[in-house]
Design a protein around this ligand. Structure first.
Ligand code: BTN
Length: 317
């Protein structure tokens, strides 16, 4: 009610609308203020919502969201070890497709290959989306690619004026430093996925990075000196993810997205070194395969598909 009105709303109006006492209204107002809503109260005039917090609450994200299933339910935490941990547990308990877990901060934010994800409170985006596609584990390995495209589109919608690059498999860089990382985890049977959790971290408004990563990571605020709405960014990310996901489910290949992915790709045409747990492969990155592998032209001239690993630019071509 407060949001839909530009002026003041009397306690009487609220009381009639919800069938609750003035004292109960006052308690709700107090709770809302505690969570960061600024509500003016003037005797004989009523209440007025002066501002809302930029927190990843379901109610706030829903204001900008018109998806069908992704984000229909959003579970917010002020602090959690890792939104991916919570989402994986919820998914194992049968939580429906599209459920999203967000947190204002993470005490054990996780990156790929066992790395930590710097997750301070009040500034960034940490969210995990539960997906339940009826696809094989091999097909599900394309989900990181569609997720990174959704994230790059959402970043573009912010009109930051920045250029973004995708570093295979699913990092987003800005001026050579990482602003977004994606950690996809899945549970599957031999030939069928049970669920996938897409965990997305975006450095939005943080003003300084942890010293250990300050030369390799940055935030939108650090690059532009401007703050961005985390709630709008989350909504736009979920919108884009749903559009691409539904489309991909029909096709089950990346044909439609390869051109867009390659346009943003940092590695295509460059001499790269890919480190996998078992080997290091070097070659020129030629393109993305339809299943999301990076195609490398080796010095022998042979083509090699690489499905996972850490990529580094070896030198310029
Ligand atoms: C990476 O670049 O290595 C992936 C980083 C993924 C970070 C996000 S933040 C939300 C979700 N919860 C986690 O613990 N990790 C992902």
């Amino acid at each position: 009610m407060l949001r839909s009105s530009t002026g003041y709303i009397s306690g009487q109006q609220i009381s009639t609308e919800f069938g609750i006492t003035r004292a109960a209204i006052w308690k709700h107002i107090r709770d809302l203020r505690k969570t960061g809503y600024i509500i003016d109260a003037i005797p004989n005039k009523g209440y007025h919502l002066a501002s809302s917090p930029d927190m990843l609450f379901e109610e706030e994200i829903h204001l900008f969201l018109s998806t069908r299933t992704i984000g229909e339910k959003i579970i917010f935490h002020r602090e959690i070890d890792s939104t991916n941990n919570v989402a994986m547990l919820l998914a194992s308990d049968g939580t429906p497709h599209g459920t999203v877990v967000t947190s204002d901060s993470q005490t054990g934010g996780r990156g790929r290959r066992g790395r930590e994800w710097f997750s301070p409170p009040g500034c960034n985006l940490y969210m995990s989306v539960i997906l339940r596609p009826s696809v094989s584990p091999v097909e599900a390995s394309q989900i990181p690619v569609i997720s990174v495209i959704a994230a790059v589109r959402a970043l573009e919608h912010l009109n930051t004026g920045l250029d973004f690059q995708i570093k295979w498999p699913n990092d987003i860089l800005c001026r050579g430093k990482k602003v977004c990382g994606i950690l996809c985890e899945m549970k599957s049977d031999t030939d069928q996925i049970q669920h996938v959790v897409v965990g997305i971290g975006i450095n939005v408004n943080v003003t300084s990075m942890h010293p250990c990563i300050s030369d390799i990571a940055t935030s939108l605020k650090m690059e532009t000196d401007q703050e961005y709405s985390r709630t709008r960014l989350s909504a736009s990310l979920l919108e884009e993810l749903e559009i691409i996901y539904l489309d991909w489910l029909q096709e089950r290949n990346l044909k439609k997205y390869m051109e867009e992915w390659e346009r943003y790709s940092l590695l295509i045409g460059r001499n790269v070194r890919i480190e996998t747990p078992s080997e290091t492969i070097t070659g020129i990155a030629t393109r993305l395969s339809e299943e999301g592998a990076l195609m490398l032209k080796l010095s022998s001239g042979a083509l090699r598909k690489v499905y996972a690993g850490d990529a580094h630019i070896a030198n310029h071509r």
